[in-house]
Design a protein. Structure first.
Length: 306
């Protein structure tokens, strides 16, 4: 089945309904029609936006993920269809029987990729050599399951390198607003990829919070976070904007349509995520973690402007 490729961004006061197999958007007396087969994601903003349950059902049937934002424009929910995979029960039983050894080795591979990308971002943004050396030292000898928490140690040095020693991920500032929004965009897309392959998003390999329905997604999205960090610097922070504007939010959504080189072919980021999840599944099936798709910042940089 061919999946959609367009992201539809809906602002306040618009009405959405289904007409035949099309999304119909009514705004200020004007009607816009988009084929459902063209749509990959829909992002809903504003307290006054109206959507019908019939349309939500159509979104689920067409594997379209729906992202809902709060009154600060931050994504707070994702609506996904159920039973998208043809053998979902068999896949769920298989996933619940993943061995601890396989989960720990897979997490080691994921963390290693994330840290390598963080180091690459730090270097490209001109981080001083001493800090880069600390990051590179921390990246050595990551154990299965990352039992020494290299990920956490690297994150502290990494964010201090990018935004200053006093920076924390909790403070209210433009970099954090961009990262929170950008990571939510990645998370929603990764959720779509995970559910499409019949995986249970709440059963993670490292994240195990009983109140988190997206543990596996939070595991798998890690290598993509630094790529978003770089994208934020290049497209928003360089412009010295003070707030996360509507245009900036559209720019962050556009991250999914940036190109990256994977296995010597240039594909869109959302396609890379889909292939990445499929490769992860193969690795868990075979126990060969060389199968885990390599996601590297340099492969994104090779495609910039192309």
């Amino acid at each position: 089945m061919l999946l959609g490729f367009r992201t539809v961004f809906v602002k306040n006061g618009e009405k959405l309904k289904v007409k035949l197999d099309n999304l119909e958007v009514i705004k200020e007396g004007n009607t816009y029609v988009i084929p459902l087969t063209d749509i990959e994601s829909v992002i809903l903003e504003g307290d006054q936006t109206v959507i019908t349950t019939r349309l939500l059902a159509k979104f689920a049937q067409h594997h379209i993920d729906t992202v809902i934002c709060d009154n600060t424009f931050m994504p707070v929910g994702v609506f996904l269809g159920i039973g998208q995979y043809h053998r979902s029960a068999k896949r769920a039983i298989w996933q619940s029987n993943w061995t601890e050894e396989h989960k720990q080795v897979a997490w080691c591979e994921i963390v290693t990729q994330k840290i390598q990308n963080q180091i690459a971002v730090a270097k490209y943004l001109g981080t001083d050599s001493e800090r880069v050396e600390v990051l590179e030292k921390l990246s050595e000898g990551i154990l299965p399951g990352d039992t020494t928490n290299r990920e956490g140690h690297v994150a502290k040095v990494y964010f201090h390198s990018l935004y200053g020693v006093g920076f924390t991920r909790e403070e209210e500032c433009l970099p954090n607003a961009c990262m929170n929004y950008g990571y939510a965009v990645i998370r929603a897309q990764m959720a779509r990829c995970v559910v499409a392959l019949g995986l249970l998003p709440m059963l993670g390999i490292f994240h195990k919070n009983e109140y988190n329905s997206f543990n596996l997604i939070d595991d798998l999205m890690e290598p993509f976070r630094p790529l978003m960090d770089w994208y934020i610097h290049q497209t928003i922070l360089k412009k010295n904007e003070k707030y996360l504007t509507y245009h900036s939010r559209l720019t962050l959504v556009e991250f999914l349509h940036q190109k990256i080189k994977v296995k010597n072919k240039k594909i869109y980021m959302n396609q890379a995520m889909s292939e990445y999840v499929a490769a992860f599944v193969k690795a868990m099936e075979t126990g060969d973690f060389e199968n885990v798709q390599k996601i590297h910042l340099v492969n994104m940089l090779e495609c910039e402007g192309k």
